[in-house]
Write a protein that binds this ligand. Structure first.
Ligand SMILES: Cc1cc2nc3c(=O)[nH]c(=O)nc-3n(C[C@H](O)[C@H](O)[C@H](O)COP(=O)(O)O)c2cc1C
Length: 191
């Protein structure tokens, strides 16, 4: 009889302590602060730093590509605008047009309206231009010489009827101050 009383008492004690434990556990669970759900970042980082997509475009082919790149990379767009806009006569490359004369003159540097604000904040610069006689238009040289791109990665891209990006950007290396220069890519019409 004594044995049964002791056994019963022990069992009650164990079950009481288990109840107490699970109650404590429940209380602890309730006390825990809920993890706040973070607000989505309106400018999510790509992991490559802040991105600028600077481009020159006369008939908007390069503009379309630049807009897509900016969309994919969450980059900021900047249109490189010559102080004197190119007319269709200026682009009439079958004749002695302004664009041809500039391309034939290595020291030509058509003036541009301005440079992007807060350029120092960007780590990556996509640089877009149309191919003019196998090269980057002289306006791109003006752009690169107008600022310091030290510490930045430059990724050129171009559009053309058929020419590849080829060596269009090689000359640009010599005029720009930059950290890393990627080989770049050519986009055809509607590619
Ligand atoms: C003066 C001039 C020279 C050009 N030279 C070439 C060339 O060498 N190779 C080529 O494939 N396209 C050439 N093109 C065509 C342009 O590269 C093509 O139309 C480009 O996509 C235009 O870009 P945009 O609309 O952004 O100005 C030339 C166009 C112009 C106006």
């Amino acid at each position: 009889m004594k044995f049964w009383i002791i056994t019963l008492t022990l069992l009650m004690a164990i079950s009481f302590s288990m109840c107490a434990c699970s109650h404590e556990y429940e209380e602890q669970e309730i006390k825990e602060e809920p993890t706040p759900t973070p607000e989505p970042d309106p400018n999510p980082s790509t992991g490559y730093g802040k991105i600028l997509v600077a481009y020159f475009s006369c008939t908007n082919t390069t503009k379309e590509v630049a807009e897509e790149i900016a969309d994919i990379t969450s980059g900021n767009l900047f249109r490189i605008e010559p102080r004197e806009a190119y007319t269709s006569a200026d682009l009439d490359y079958n004749n002695d047009c302004r664009a041809n004369r500039e391309q034939n003159n290595p020291s030509s540097r058509p003036e541009i309206k301005g440079m992007p604000k807060n350029l120092e904040e960007y780590e990556v610069v996509f640089l877009g231009y149309p191919i003019w006689w196998g090269k980057a238009p002289r306006v791109i040289f003006t752009f690169l010489e107008s600022s310091d791109f030290k510490g930045k990665t430059i990724i050129p891209f171009c559009t053309s009827h058929s020419s590849g990006i080829g060596s269009s950007y090689i000359e640009l290396h010599y005029v720009a101050k930059y950290e890393v220069w990627k080989s770049g890519k050519r986009f055809g019409l509607r590619s």
